[in-house]
Design a binder for this molecule. Sequence first.
Ligand code: ME8
Length: 511
Amino acid sequence: MGKENFYITTAIPYMNSKLHLGQIYEFIIADVIARFKRIQGRDVYFLTGSDEHGQKIYKTAKEKNVDTKEYVDKMVLDMKRLLKLYHISNDGFVRTTDKKHEKTVQEILTKLKDNGDLYKSHYEGNYCVPCETFLLDSQLIDGKCPECNRETERIKEENYFFKLSKYQDKLVEYLENNLDFVVPETRRNEVLGLLKQGLKDISISRTTVSWGVPVPFDSKHFCYVWVDALINYISALGYGQNGRLFNTYWPADQHHIGKDILKFHAVIWPALLMSLGIELPRQIAVHGWVLLGKEKLSKSKGITLDPDELADEYGVDAIRYFVTREISFGNDGAFTYQSLVKRYNGDLSNDIGNLVSRTMTMIKKFSGEIVPGKASNSGALVKKWEALKTGAIDDLENYRFSEYLTKIWEFINIANKYIEDMQPWNLAKSESDTDKEKLNAILYELVEAIRLSSVMVVPIMPGISQKILNQFGIDGNIEDFLIDKHGNWGYYSGGTKIKKKEILFPRIKEK
Ligand code: ME8
């Protein structure tokens, strides 16, 4: 039997400005899960990409006086650079300006029309350019966009409409029968609330915005950017072209999105799929906001967190650790420099950093730079490990990133305490063979505890995991690890020569 497939996606960010930590946060959580599924032995396809059409991007390029395509090309390069910097292990990258994607969008529009789910009508109402959303007068709050609180544009144009209302009952039924379709539960209730208010048909084309995919059966119309964007999840897999990827990986196991785009993913997207006769994704996983202090990140208000500056100052792995440890999935989470420095100096520099550093020093001093061979009578650590591992795996299966890390850190600190309790430096002074044996067993156990922690840390801090293993001279690429093998106590036999000690997390001065 082949490996069980797992298809995971992120939202595709708008290419109007440089990515900020909020968008990077979404990539990090999807990446943690993708890496976790890989070490569980699943055949993972992890997709991300770029949303490049629509009024907002067209306007930005125009303001900068550059050609729109040249502008998005540049932004995409920068996005790809940041994905790499942040160790995001996506297998695919889809651009909505890819010819293959555009062709799929056109085929889908034709199919929707042939199904009788599209009709032409007049739209008069409001449009929020930053959110790329049509808004009826009744949806405005104090005359502004309910999502971003900005001024909207008044528009009056001919649009194609999609018969969303037709799918209302089917959607309610689907949500009621599939309790995990939208997580966390509060978001599922929000969707049910929206559905119970009643659905109106939605515009799916524009005539006043030509930076988009042309509607194949009506030359005046261009596909509405959101419909274009949602299709990325299947166009990237070659839907409609008998694509191998589509046949292998669809339906998606998890679509990761932020809470502002819930309606698009949990109402409009499934309705489009129902119309097309395509199976629905298994889960929409909805995260909250990364806030700077108490404020939502916002480019226009100048509240942003630059991923390059953060990486320079703290290192990418520390940022990955911080957001997964501090933000409870589904809720908003505050980023503050104080809490980052506290976690950095405490959990990283002190706890794991010291454990590695002290163990390296002892092996150098007491064991001639060679990790002693596997001990036959392993002591206290192994029992703790088995108990913690099962619980930790269950945590990550259920998006409890913080609890997962708490368990691993509990283990790291048990190992730190083990050093204090056993006082290996005293055993090293002794001439007796039993003491020597005891010392060797302790050193092996410490390296094994570090190695196992590193395996569990692979999804969160892949760079650091690899570095730790390299320091102890342990072979292997973290990309090939499997929890069921490398995560077992005693998998490592010891006997490796340690390398030069490198400080993993140099302490940071509080600002
Ligand atoms: O919505 N904290 O793109 P986008 C956490 N192109 N997540 C945040 C965030 C924050 N401060 N700010 C944004 C779009 N996000 C569309 C998606 S998908 C078919 C099309 C999240 O660049 C946001 O919720 O505005 C979304 O999931 C993702 O970043 C991209 O946002």
